[in-house]
Design a protein around this ligand. Sequence first.
Ligand SMILES: C[S@@+](CC[C@H](N)C(=O)[O-])C[C@H]1O[C@@H](n2cnc3c(N)ncnc32)[C@H](O)[C@@H]1O
Length: 240
Amino acid sequence: MPNLTSAYEELADAYHEGVDPEGAGLSDPTFDSLVGDVRGERVAAVACGQGRDARRLADLGARVVGLDASESLLSHAYRLEQQAPRGIEYLHADAQNLSDDLTASFDGVVCYMALMDIPDLEPTVRSIARMLKPGGWFVASIIHPCYKTPADGELIDYVDGSTRRIVGRYFDEGPFTSPTRLAILPRVSYHRMLSTYLNTFMAEGLPIVRMVEPVGDRPVWQTVPGILYFRCQRTPSGAW
Ligand SMILES: C[S@@+](CC[C@H](N)C(=O)[O-])C[C@H]1O[C@@H](n2cnc3c(N)ncnc32)[C@H](O)[C@@H]1O
């Protein structure tokens, strides 16, 4: 077994309780609309954690392989698969250095809310591009890098009482301590500028065909987007 670590190893149980503890699968209409009709397709869920995205893909009719660097999170995924089998295969693997055995073997790949938690973007996106068959698709969602930066917060507009998002240190790419969405405990995330994501996808042969910035639940996320989604399409030749 490779010597893998993930910052999520330490918060695996709390994270699991915070997202999909019953194992129902991801519930996200934006995700569903971006992946589209996956019936019969072979799809990988890269950095699947305890498998909620993998379970949703299987429920949508895909043949799914989920992979993650955290063995603790994967243990929840295995257990939930045993309790309610969907035919999902799980692998303990580093998204930054995926095995050549996976080359050109998937119709689609998803990476849901995870690219900002993986230290090296370029090898990760290269691994993902290599996994795809020519013309294959890639769907990712990330914390929005323009509105959740290494120095950010909120202020109240003293005129109308509305909440405003304030951001700073946008150009400071690299690791930063970020409270999790679930406020479980601080963890290390990797801030990258929006252009870094777009240019890396392009350079690795994954041009973007659609982006979505949905309105969120909290009032402040109804004024700016908190999450950014991409759908990319692998170029027939690929860049790798
Ligand atoms: C916010 S969680 C998202 C998990 C899952 N996609 C979901 O939405 O529930 C981020 C995930 O990235 C995984 N991760 C971090 N670095 C990784 C790496 N190098 N290779 C594979 N997975 C990694 C973590 O273990 C964690 O499961």
